[in-house]
Design a protein around this ligand. Sequence first.
Ligand code: NAP
Length: 260
Amino acid sequence: MSKLSGKNILITGASQGLGREIALRFAREGAAGLSLVARHADQLNKVRDEIRKIAPKIDIVVIEADVSKSRDIERMVATTLAQFKGNLDVLVNNASTIGPSPMPNLLDYPVEDFREVIDTNLIGPFLLIKNALPAMIERGGSIINVTSDAGQVGYPGWGAYGISKFGLEGMSQTWASELEETGVRVNWVDPGNMNTAMHRAAEPEEDPSEWANPAEVTDVFVFLASDESRDVTGKRFQAQEDWKAKLSHNERKGHEGIEN
Ligand SMILES: NC(=O)c1ccc[n+]([C@@H]2O[C@H](COP(=O)([O-])OP(=O)(O)OC[C@H]3O[C@@H](n4cnc5c(N)ncnc54)[C@H](OP(=O)(O)O)[C@@H]3O)[C@@H](O)[C@H]2O)c1
């Protein structure tokens, strides 16, 4: 049986970069339904067409919506649940913004830009989880939040983005512990450096060929979306490290996380 057989999955930021690769991989792994969200439907429609070539029978809904807007979040969850007859198994909070490029230091950071980054990268996932949770509790679902090493280290210039990811990691821990008895698991993944539009905008002076193709980091997302991870919650994963070895080592030792 396919790893994601029967699973209905909502992915934000599915039109390009990592979100697109997660969507394509989930389709290959036999997902029953995919709800693809981003602000530009034209790009999403291209991803939908690619997926249909891989998995002609998959149930796909494309939703043009902005995760920084609470009304859009209500609509994206309602549309997803209508499409999947009330059943949602997996939520991937992947959409993010880096903020202004070049990235200003905090002293020079315009407050409106700071708010937009926090609304998109932190409040958006908070509201998505809140709205999707009642449907997910029914089936013991999986929430996967996409973080960054900038959510653990205060790098100069990565201000609002890093702060939003620090918040996302803290929020993920809190959701995981509050939901422990419900059967809904919450984990978060740092995909590591990838060659995507976001990273090229953040570090235009760097050589993007040194960064991973986002298609190479999707294994951990399949694991977390599948029933294989049904007992795994409250953990941080680094997609480009040997997360499988760390996971089994720390579970043997009874540790809480799988970090160094
Ligand atoms: N690239 C890296 O090296 C790296 C490293 C660590 C962590 N990450 C994390 O990985 C995730 C994916 O990043 P990426 O590099 O793949 O970025 P990307 O190529 O810029 O893609 C971002 C996606 O999010 C969507 N999006 C942005 N703002 C949105 C909004 N307000 N509402 C709805 N959708 C929105 C974009 O589509 P629209 O523009 O059409 O909305 C796009 O589909 C992010 O959480 C990022 O923080 C990336």
